[in-house]
Design a binder for this molecule. Structure first.
Ligand code: PSU
Ligand code: MN
Length: 304
């Protein structure tokens, strides 16, 4: 494909970073369009980019706008993703359809990781990964994030997987798919809103340098055909009893409203933000900020 026909457009700062080979951090956009309420979503998207820059790396928020895949968004693009009503949620399998039909989409972890890999970006920050949903033995609802990450050489910084999921089953699937998981300054797998999901981790790391060393070793040993997950727990977690009550009502409402497929995760997140009076929103924002800072530090350490 010639450069001019390419569906991929780089922002000016990402273009410069690619030319100079300086560290870049990929950021997903579904959290902006479907994960956070307006108007905070736009403010957070901007803030997260500023954090990556403050830590010395270049942010590359990824999304599809009018049929073009953008790696790095201008402020106008960020506004479009945060405010337009025609932004669909795209996983990897949706990308080519959206591009060919000239549509606009926010990218999930799966789609963002795919495009980041295409662009040679090795480090990616998100909030929480998708995983195995509760009741998946009947619904078969398992996020395509897991399959995508089983096929891509990328390091994803996240706060574990959302507590709305079946965390134990998700950890089993990560093991099967050969997706490595290390805890950042913890031996417990975080549960997004919780610092500790109740499941322990085998590997713990203390610094970005240590993670950079693992990334380097993965390449040498060629176990980098699947992703490395850096699980970074949020400091101030949600109240457990309140969380459990909100989750129970959310799952019940989702069932009553017959919410299925890719609508499930956004539905439950929105329910949390409404029912918790902003507590889950505050935790969610802390998570994405802290993960972006750590991802930038890892990208910088990896460049040494
Ligand atoms: N984490 C968040 N907010 C989000 C998501 C993750 O803090 O909105 C999004 C991510 O884009 C993730 C997606 O890839 O939810 C998973 O959706 P599903 O369960 O339908 O695969
Ligand atoms: Mn799903």
């Amino acid at each position: 494909m010639s450069e001019s026909n390419s569906p991929v457009i780089y922002s000016d700062e990402v273009k410069t970073a690619r030319e100079k080979r300086t560290p870049i951090v990929a950021l997903e956009s579904t959290i902006i369009s479907h994960g956070l309420p307006r108007p905070q979503n736009l403010l957070v998207a901007r803030e997260v980019e500023a954090i990556v820059r403050a830590h010395g790396a270049t942010p590359a928020t990824i999304a599809v706008i009018d049929g073009k895949i953008h790696v790095g968004l201008s402020d106008k693009d960020l506004i479009a993703i945060a405010t337009r009503d025609d932004i669909v949620k795209a996983s990897s399998r949706d990308l080519a359809v959206v591009v060919a039909q000239g549509k606009s989409a926010a990218t999930t972890v799966a789609a963002t990781a795919h495009i980041a890999s295409l662009a040679g970006i090795k480090v990616f920050a998100t909030g929480g990964l998708g995983g195995v949903h509760r009741g998946a033995h009947e619904s078969f609802d398992e996020s395509a994030d897991l399959t995508a990450l089983s096929q891509l050489d990328i390091t994803v910084v996240c706060a574990g997987v959302k507590s709305i999921l079946d965390i134990e089953a998700t950890l089993e699937r990560l093991e099967t798919l050969a997706i490595a998981v290390v805890g950042y300054r913890t031996s417990h797998f975080p549960g997004f809103y919780f610092t500790d999901s109740g499941f322990s981790l085998e590997h713990r790391v203390e610094s970005a340098d240590e993670i950079a060393a693992i990334i380097h070793a993965r390449a040498l040993i060629q176990t980098n055909r699947s992703a490395l997950i850096v699980a970074n727990p949020v400091e101030k977690e949600m109240d457990h009893a309140r969380h459990d009550a909100i989750l129970a009502s959310g799952l019940r409402k989702a069932k009553e409203a017959n919410i299925v497929g890719k609508a499930v995760t956004p539905f439950l997140l929105e329910h949390f933000h409404e029912a918790s009076d902003g507590e889950s929103l505050a935790v969610n924002i802390e998570i994405i900020k802290s993960n972006s800072a750590l991802a930038a530090d890892i990208a910088m350490a990896s460049a040494q």
